[in-house]
Design a protein around this ligand. Sequence first.
Ligand SMILES: Nc1nc2c(ncn2[C@@H]2O[C@H](COP(=O)(O)OP(=O)(O)O)[C@@H](O)[C@H]2O)c(=O)[nH]1
Ligand SMILES: [Mg+2]
Length: 238
Amino acid sequence: MACKIVVIPTYNERENVTRLIPEVLAQDDEITILVVDDSSPDGTGQAVEQLAAETSRVQLLTRPGRGGIGPAYKAGFQRAMELGADLIVQMDADFSHPYTSLPEFFRATEDADLVLGSRYTNGITVVNWPIERLLLSYFGNTYVRAITRLPVRDTTGGFKCWRREALAAIDIGAVRSNGYAFQIETTYRLWRKGLRIREIPIIFMDRTVGDSKMSKRISLEALWMVWWLKVQTLRGQL
Ligand SMILES: Nc1nc2c(ncn2[C@@H]2O[C@H](COP(=O)(O)OP(=O)(O)O)[C@@H](O)[C@H]2O)c(=O)[nH]1
Ligand SMILES: [Mg+2]
């Protein structure tokens, strides 16, 4: 039996994550969910703890305070590796990522080391985003591709599935980014190792419950991070 761990970072997602967990578990018998909660003041951690008491298929990793999605994923990946994961999925708690695509992600890892859920492969498959946010994301991706040459349509998406060996191949401890740039940086590092990336189309839906935690500052991080990646590459560091 393969061990498939779905890592879900949360900050104030009590209602979303408690509804999402049973849906994700129902997609595949081999799934275990690891929620990485940054001590959300709304009680997300306590709600997940109750579910974790009922089944070992739900696990909770609590961090002391809000530290950003990048550090939360780093801690979650490390724990998933310790738990013996063969496949590691990254997924948001807010129902933006279609959980029904999980079986397709798993199948795609048969001939790819990293599978990306893409909003920009079949045209633009984003539902309910304000136009300014869509334009920022779409042209942000054009910018990232132009500078890094990363052959990927959606570099900032957060719905991804890694083979264990792929995650082990990149030095996750050295990853610097916090927000959207975390997604770019990790995919870029994998591509530089010469490993196989595959994009599958997903339909991304904006959240209907709770608030987005992403900020202007977090978007701006991606603007300079791609130059840092480029410089590191030219110096032979990546
Ligand atoms: N643990 C943790 N999770 C976070 C943090 N910031 C965002 N998240 C989670 O990351 C996911 C994506 O964040 P979201 O606010 O939906 O970003 P958006 O979809 O780009 O607006 C959600 O599950 C959030 O709860 C953080 O600082 N720590
Ligand atoms: Mg979201």
